[in-house]
Ligand binder design. Sequence first.
Ligand SMILES: [Zn+2]
Length: 833
Amino acid sequence: MRKLFYLLLFTTYSITTSAQTPKTYTSSEILLQLKKLNVLGSVLYIAAHPDDENTRLLAYLANEKLYRTGYLSLTRGDGGQNLIGDEQGIDLGLIRTQELLSARRIDGAEQFFSRAYDFGYCKTPEEALQTWGHDKILSDVVWVIRKFRPDVIITRFPEDSRAGHGHHSASAILAREAFDAAADPTKFPEQLQQGVTVWQAKRILWNTYNFGDNNTQKDDQLKIDCGGYNPLLGKSYGEIAALSRSQHKSQGFGVPAQRGAVIEYFATVKGDKPTTDLMDGIDVNWSRVKNDVIANSINDIIQHYSAEHPEQSVSALVKLYQSIKTIDDVYWKTQKLKEIQNLIEECSGLFLEATTNTQYAVQGDSLKINFVINNRLGAKIKSADVSFKDAHHVFDSIQNDINATYSQTVFIQPNEKLTQPYWLEEPMDKESFNVSNQQLIGKAENDPISAEFVINIDGVDFTFEKPVRYKYTDPVKGEVYQPVNVVPFANIKYDKDVYLIKQGSVITSDIKINSRSDIKKEIAVTYTLPYKNGNREDVFDSKTIELKGKDAIDDIPFNIINKNTDTSVLLMDAFGQDISPGSTNKTSGYSRVINYDHIPLIVYEKPAIAKTIFINLKIIGNSIGYIAGAGDKVPQALEQMGYKVTIIKQTDLTLNNLKQFDAIVTGVRAYNINDWLNNVYDTLMQYVKDGGTLLVQYNTNNSIGPLKAKIGPYPFTVTGKRITDETAKVNFLSTNDPALNYPNKITGKDFDGWIQERSIYDVENIDSNYKRILGMSDPNESQQDGSLIVADYGKGKFVYTGLVFFRELPAGVPGAYRLFANLLANKNEVIKK
Ligand SMILES: [Zn+2]
């Protein structure tokens, strides 16, 4: 939805509790859930990305209509732009998965994903479906529908180009196809052996929209007022929606809260056209399972519910639980038993917790777990016990509002399964994840490591699964809960992900081994560094290392020499030996940690791999000033190229100070992020006039704030145009320009191996003083020439580029380095040549 919501930016909300703090319930929230027991209807919303979903509609459906409500996002948003840090790809997808889960905790809907990877912008649904594998992703949508069994499916987008993004229109096409396929036993029949049956939703609707210039709402569509105020929650649905949507912090989607009536429009795609309500013709009461007795019991519980004494409802809820166990409809039985068990826990004021004092469960080390039970409102608890791995404890007696505690140390086996997001466990296909366990497909995340409390309430045993969390007190944030991850005994990592080694040069680096445990031990490390004494010469080495205990770092230094002249790329995955005691502890990588306040800590395992680029690269000049934008890893890449990089802040931006630099580079979206760049235009232009080089990387003209600043010495317009085909043929439009010739002779080969796309936010209306360097086109489109423009200005040079150097340099694409070096080369040095 990136392109469509830009009108609503720049307000952010903060949530006072951390993402992991166990949720507690007020009496009014409990009452709302009691009412939900009487509703047997479900709605599934389907779109392509985190942030595509209509959070107001989800909030309304889940909290006003009390339907089971879900959002299936085909992708995890891996290919989006990141406003809060430099994570991209898989890392960004992990962040946005958690942002979506934070949003769902607020609006009350459930979250699902398919195996599709967000490979970045694409123009047509055909490209999206072909890249993902049409049948693979359709199978996932069908699976989620067969499991979730929605009465109504709602899409966000049309199937045509009005959707604005090939992923968007593909999501609508797959939803329509899955609407039929889920009901067809000949489609994906293997799923029917996995615990689901066919399912025919009543209808599929398109939730149309009006974004001013893009209005798809029509008068003959079903209209529903989704505004309104929920007194039990103390919020309008527009307010809940804003809080939910504002969780998409990596996208900068803070939005203002709306109050009052808001009409949503629905066009019928398939199934009966509804006239007054989404659920026209669908029974959403207990009569659906032909059992009106249950409805009466629930109404009775609601009638006698006391806000001051919710515990008085526990006995009746336990009775209700027992009677619902006898109904035949497996789907609604499972749903409602789950809801009632939660209500029993909430009405009892039960507090159940399993926590650790350490962040990690380390393979081959011990882990202390603290269990707490508190029966805060005095439910009738006959017995209570807890189990986690080899720990088991029966609590003596559970008294009213007294903490019953128990601690035990458990051993984490050396071969304990490492915590890894399930979709990252198997190697990916080009643009989709592989998950061989069908039961995991669709899930938003792994089930957490959990302890099991079995508590007998009113004579019935209830099993409560509670995630084991790391709990600590931060002096600023207060009490913080984080997930606990199983990690290897030691982290092994190359110092850098990419080694750029120019011909004739040597680099010295090291492998870092970081013990995760306080257990001190000596380990024999055998390692292979094929490049120790030159390219491609295998050299095996071994060393005994004494792991010095938690957080100590041991280094294994090595050199790599580039004797070659040709540019070539190799993956250094030489490491990966067994360093554990007893050879069972395979430690072949390191834990990547991503830490933001608004989401739980993200930890996943990556192999110890480094990319080695033997490169024929020359650079001119050595001192670069970098004006950071939204966050990118270009400065690190520049350092590897041999430049000295200085980050320039607003206060450093004086002409006198700039003189020291051979070139100034602005980070991605620097002009969108830094308003102050408006005020230093004259200084930067004078710097260029005096002989400097200014290279501006892409800025957006739309989604992230208006681009007011003047950027170059002569006019051009930043557009939303891009070249999404990363293999698009590149035509050289100014073959003699230094950009393509000096100091590195650029050829078509330099555009091999690019990732995700060629360029974004290319320019047009280009003043004649600029030279257009490259021409490219996406399939079936005419050539664009706005991805790289260069102008001489005074004694210096100005460059604007939409080429995605911020992706290609960190990914170690050799040609991107060679071209970037040319763009930075000082004009006067070039002339001297
Ligand atoms: Zn989208």
